[in-house]
Ligand binder design. Structure first.
Ligand SMILES: NC(=O)c1ccc[n+]([C@@H]2O[C@H](COP(=O)([O-])OP(=O)(O)OC[C@H]3O[C@@H](n4cnc5c(N)ncnc54)[C@H](OP(=O)(O)O)[C@@H]3O)[C@@H](O)[C@H]2O)c1
Length: 237
């Protein structure tokens, strides 16, 4: 029996975030999601507008969620982007804009979330990284740097706040069928599948199951962990 909690999923209007939000709704939690438009969350959720690159917008989103559902007890920091380019052609803006969403954006939401968690002496923070953070990927110097940074972030949060009932863990999905991967050329997709021991892309529900576990009462003693959901692609990394 899982205790009903207030959950916030950033980028919960589509892809992995949406499946995570649906999973929490199905478990009986109070669930809010963010999207940049402020609309489009799954049934049973409160959708609020937030752009994680903008601290004021993050603040407004948290205030709206707290007013409607109470302090955020479970944060799934999922919003993320790619902007692939070979290093030689990657501009500084290509690099910093991805970092600003994926890494600094996560910092903004985590920093705001821990206020209530510290007060409650309870919190579950799950950061959405990627297999690429540890494995590396051609064309993704910006993205993999941002995703590797989340591991250090979760582990530092664990050291700072572990004694206050707050856990911080990282999920590293492999290739999951969403808008983010549907743009990949078919031959490239086939190439990736060959490298995955499970011989298929994962589903958004595969990732949602891991998020639900890490946020559950059963995972109280798991913190600073990097949990792969990648069909074995990144083993050993
Ligand atoms: N798909 C994969 O294979 C895969 C693998 C490893 C890791 N991941 C990670 O998993 C997470 C979700 O990926 P996905 O495949 O579900 O992506 P997706 O379908 O492209 O959805 C991305 C989500 O992030 C939100 N977002 C993007 N920039 C934002 C910003 N500045 N502020 C607020 N929200 C923003 C989007 O909101 P809008 O709708 O408003 O744009 C959308 O809800 C990402 O962090 C991604 O890096 C994905």
């Amino acid at each position: 029996m899982t205790t009903p909690r207030t959950v916030l999923v950033t980028g919960g209007n589509r892809g992995i975030g949406r499946a995570v939000a649906e999973r929490f709704v199905s478990e009986g939690h109070r669930v809010a999601v963010t999207s940049r438009s402020g609309a489009g969350g799954p049934e049973g959720t409160l959708t609020v507008a937030a752009d994680v690159t903008d601290g004021a917008s993050v603040e407004q989103a948290f205030a709206a969620v707290e007013a409607a559902l109470g302090p955020v007890e479970i944060l799934i920091a999922n919003a993320g982007i790619t902007n692939d380019q070979l290093l030689l052609r990657m501009s500084e803006d290509d690099f910093t804009s991805v970092l600003d969403t994926n890494l600094t954006g996560t910092f903004r939401v985590v920093k705001r979330a821990i206020k209530g968690m510290m007060r409650a002496k309870f919190g579950r923070i799950v950061l959405m990284s990627s297999v690429v953070g540890m494995y590396g990927q051609v064309g993704q110097v910006n993205y993999s740097s941002s995703k590797a940074g989340l591991v250090g972030m979760a582990r530092s949060i664990t050291r700072e706040l572990g004694s206050r009932g707050i856990t911080a863990n990282v999920i590293a999905p492999g290739f999951i069928a969403t808008d983010m991967t549907s743009g990949l050329a078919e031959d490239l997709q086939a190439e990736f599948v060959k490298a995955i021991p499970a011989a298929r892309f994962g589903s958004v529900d595969d990732v949602a199951a891991a998020a639900a576990f890490l946020a559950s009462d059963s995972a109280a003693y798991i913190s600073g962990a990097l949990v792969p959901v990648d069909g074995g692609l990144g083993m050993g990394h």
